[in-house]
Design a protein around this ligand. Structure first.
Ligand code: SAM
Ligand code: SF4
Ligand code: SF4
Length: 347
């Protein structure tokens, strides 16, 4: 960005045991959510009186920024703010403003359910947020309500898209988790609605993250199946990736009506290119979405570790990384069902 001093490399850029660099950091700014999507935080397991992290045990802004600085020195160029619902974290634009001033960070994105976006879209844009992804699993009132755990309305999604567009976020990404027998019959309606707009709808295969969504393989709709259904109605062609390690496969409509994406972590795993680390709201570093535990950074930081010690710790954790859960899903000897919940570390 303009006016930045050249990045000084203070630490060696670590590679993990599969030669993957550390390029992206997803930061969960809060573990709370105002929705109860059944595939992520089902109401029965997370009733209204559920005890989430206390403020004292959550990373403070200055701690997030300090860690993000160190991650940037270790190679991270892209940040994504997530949660829980990131817009429940007070003063989020102030955090964005501080993160966007970090040398070496080229891109800051956020994933949100959108319900609280109209109140802060402009401030987030002015603070330096580059991109927004809004989750929208259906445009049918009843299904949307069901998939938000009875907490969200489709009209709020449209209000969020409008607010983000007016605030200056040109092209949004719209994420739809597809579950067989739940919303897979609505895929073409969603495509029809968003094709021809500036926004990119992306279908995500339902994943076995966390421990409480009672995931079953037969609920997954493979992207290849969706692609052939879409292609039969509106022919589509594959596009090259924008950059190495891009999560979504990009396709374009043959008639020029824009682009759609597919995130096929179950049927076509992409662990070989996975350069993403995840920082939970309580300051733990996770090297995989399916990890069973995280590495505590908050403890050492609050105990007085200096920057060099923290950077060495992070580098050592990354260098020891061998994760490739999606590639070995279901194989005998693959990791146990003990694993972090998605709302704790974000998507
Ligand atoms: N609350 C925000 C939201 O929903 O956009 C951000 C956090 S949410 C954990 C991030 C993304 O993970 C969302 O797009 C959500 O749909 C996706 N997600 C959650 N559970 C999932 C699952 N079991 N399979 C696939 N995607 C999932
Ligand atoms: Fe909340 Fe997002 Fe999880 Fe839904 S997917 S419960 S909106 S964190
Ligand atoms: Fe990355 Fe783990 Fe997902 Fe593989 S399973 S792509 S290593 S987060």
């Amino acid at each position: 960005m303009a006016g930045r001093i050249p990045l000084q490399v203070k630490h060696a850029m670590p590679l993990d045991r599969r030669s993957r660099a550390l390029n992206d950091l997803r930061i969960s700014v809060i573990d709370r959510c105002n929705f109860r999507c059944p595939y992520c935080m089902p109401e029965d397991d997370y009733p209204r009186d559920h005890r989430f992290l206390s403020k004292a045990n959550r990373l403070r802004f200055e701690e997030i920024v300090r860690l993000a600085n160190l991650f940037s020195e270790l190679g991270v160029r892209k940040l994504r703010l997530t949660g829980g619902e990131p817009l429940l974290r007070r003063e989020l634009p102030e955090l964005v403003r501080q993160l966007s001033a970090i040398n070496g960070i080229d891109d800051i994105a956020m994933t949100t359910n959108g319900s609280l976006l109209p109140a802060s879209a402009r401030a987030l844009h002015q603070a330096g947020l580059n991109r927004i992804t809004i989750s929208v699993d259906s445009l049918d009132e009843t299904t949307y309500r069901e998939l938000s755990g009875g907490r969200g309305e489709v009209s709020e999604v449209f209000a969020a898209v409008d607010a983000a567009t007016r605030a200056g976020f040109g092209s949004l990404k719209l994420n739809c988790v597809v579950m067989r027998g739940v919303n897979d019959d609505q895929v073409l309606d969603m495509v029809e609605h968003f094709r021809g707009s500036a926004h990119v709808l992306r279908f995500i295969e339902y994943m076995d993250v966390g421990t409480c969504n009672e995931w079953k393989q037969d609920r997954v709709v493979p992207s290849a199946e969706l692609r052939s259904r879409i292609d039969a109605r509106w022919p589509i062609h594959p596009l090259p990736a924008n950059y190495g390690g891009e999560v979504a496969q990009r396709w374009s409509f043959a008639d020029g009506a824009g682009e759609i994406g597919f995130i096929s972590s179950v049927s076509e795993p992409f662990c070989g290119d996975c350069t993403r680390a995840r920082l939970s709201a309580d300051g733990r570093l996770y090297t995989c979405l399916f990890a069973d535990n995280g590495h505590d950074l908050l403890g050492p930081m609050r105990a007085g570790a200096n920057d060099a010690e923290l950077a060495t710790l992070i580098g050592a954790i990354w260098s020891a990384r061998d994760d490739r859960y999606s590639e070995i899903r279901g194989v005998a000897g693959s990791p146990s069902r003990e694993r972090v919940e998605m709302y704790e570390i974000g998507g």
